[in-house]
Design a protein around this ligand. Structure first.
Ligand code: HJL
Ligand code: ZN
Length: 184
């Protein structure tokens, strides 16, 4: 990821975040820049995600499809990386997530995976266990195209668990171009 450092002399704080609080488009652009890192593969989408503590406006983790070993999704990589930074397995990430955590993802979290792996919707719901509330909102750039699993019913499920899904408009064309690169 390409979070810049503060101006010389002003801050040696490595967690300096150039994105203003609640600048959803800027966070979605950061997620899109993550998606660009993902290797093209005909059997999935190239997605990027950013896990953010909305209370303190801190980036907790970034992720993109296939970033971590195995058949990993962008949202899954964010959760796994943040958990790993606390020496925890992804299953226990809820124990360390701040209260107002949100996730920006270029494509809505998957509700079903052709591979049979645990869908990101389930991972996001699981991340509410054992802590202060986990992920409360999902900001998404596009709905999942009906290419691999038909209609994605994940948003309904997230809503049933009190997780709000919010569409961030404006970057759809770029997001879909990146997501489908490498497809026929
Ligand atoms: C989201 C990702 C990613 C997808 N969706 N939100 N983030 N790759 O990082 C959804 C698509 C699945 C296919 C194939 N893609 O990826 O439905 O092999 O990639 O488990 O269903 O499943 P696998
Ligand atoms: Zn997924």
């Amino acid at each position: 990821m390409c979070i810049q450092q503060g101006p010389p002399g002003s801050s040696s704080d490595e967690s300096f975040n150039p994105i203003a609080p609640l600048d959803h488009e800027a966070y979605m652009r950061l997620a899109l820049s993550e998606a660009h890192e993902s290797p093209p593969k005909p059997s999935n989408f190239r997605v990027g995600a950013v896990l953010v503590d909305e209370g303190s406006n801190k980036v907790l983790a970034t992720g993109y499809t296939l970033e971590l070993p195995g058949n990993t999704h962008a949202e899954q990589c964010c959760l796994q990386k943040f958990a790993q930074s606390h020496d925890l397995p992804e299953e226990r990430v809820g124990e360390v997530l701040p209260e107002n955590t949100v996730i920006y993802t270029t494509m809505e979290p998957c509700g079903l995976r052709l591979s049979g792996n645990l869908p990101c919707v389930e991972r996001i719901i699981r991340a509410r266990e054992g802590g202060k509330g986990g992920i409360s909102k999902v900001y998404l750039g596009v709905k999942e195209p009906e290419k691999f699993v038909g209609e994605n019913k994940g948003r309904t499920k997230l809503g049933e668990h009190g997780i709000e899904c919010i569409h961030v408009p404006g970057l759809e064309e770029q997001i879909l171009n990146v997501a489908t690169a490498g497809h026929e």
